[in-house]
Design a protein. Sequence first.
Length: 261
Amino acid sequence: MIGPATQILRPEAAWSRLSAEALNDLARRDAVVLLPVASTEQHGPHLPSGVDDFLGTAVCHRTADQLAPDHLAVVAPTVWCGLADHHVAFGGTFTLSLSTYHALLRDLCRSILGAGFRRIVLVNSHGGNIAALSTLSVELSRELDAPIATVTYFMEAADAVATLLEDQANVMHACEGETAMMMALAPALVDEARLSEAHGPAFDLAASLMPTLKRVRGWREISPSGVAGDARRASAAKGEALLDACARALADRLRAGEPWA
């Protein structure tokens, strides 16, 4: 049986499927390296803990497809663990300390640069990583003397995502958006019998990142179900459109030479 991780890899772009010789050639040709950074954490009663891993990896491979053949991209193996302490109370969650995360990303980026590549984009798929990545990209760029770019895939495509979702303006957590994309990508991993339970209060990710007075809250305080938003109107067709829109938005920016232009 072919698993979801196998289904989303595009052999011509996947670092782990390419030989060292092929990767050396891509480095000489100035291919950009997309490094998916995700999380493994609870995603409500209906989704697997690997949602961010699966979705971030898929968007990176679709982005590489959209860039080819005129712009070369390599998708590095996904960093499946991130900063998810706020989900630990539910169980099923891995999390790193900030210092460990910094060291891990530094060594991975150093390896990519050591392999001859010059451009790296950390493609994030987990809200809990955003604030740290904003700071760490500055630290990594200084420490490695290389421009390390970051992006959160669903925020890059926010305008397009808003037109495709019916019950929310952007991706929340285990919500209409993430559930729809998992239905398109790995339907066998979506427990549709539990969809009636898959709803919770709305969560404004952008507002949560604003430097206004607040305290950190565990996700169980925010949503007893583990879900933010409402997954009940998710569909595979909607998920396919979301995945393509997110990949297209990122590919368009990279094709234009950003953020190095």
